[in-house]
Design a protein around this ligand. Sequence first.
Ligand code: SF4
Ligand code: SF4
Length: 166
Amino acid sequence: MAKLANFTPTILKNLFSKPATTTYPFEPFKYPEGTRGHIENDIDNCIFCGMCTRNCPTRCLTIDKATHTWTINRFDCLACEYCTVVCPKKCLHTVEGYQEPMPEKSTVTYTMSEEAIAAEAEKKRIAAEKAKAAKEAAAKKKAEEEAKAAAEAAAAEAAPEAPAAE
Ligand code: SF4
Ligand code: SF4
């Protein structure tokens, strides 16, 4: 009887509180706080540096600079989130939801949009133009300095020597 008295507050609390379980699938599934979910890539911000592929412990990532693609084998991903830490552009992040079941281990490939590829090419063109202009300006300045130094040397050579003091 004493034991029942000890349980009474718990019994009463459970009788008048909401159940701890949910009625999924009759209500949407709610992921518990801290669930890592799966990795997504804002591919248009990716610079294909390879930091994520080199640091992934399961080597489940690949990149192809030529085709502007980033590929993940979700079945090998541990959701450790290390790739999100090392990515210099912070374009990797985890979102709620687990990898859906599939009959075979297929990969998912993200491809940079045409607009982003064009913008990247334009950025590279502008940078190359700036570098070329800077190189030309430096060469011009060097040539001017050399010409000035040569003119000063010639002038010094042509100047009459000062008479010796008596
Ligand atoms: S979360 Fe971990 S295992 Fe998954 S891709 Fe990133 S680094 Fe690799
Ligand atoms: S680390 Fe980030 S920027 Fe570099 S290849 Fe991976 S996703 Fe792209």
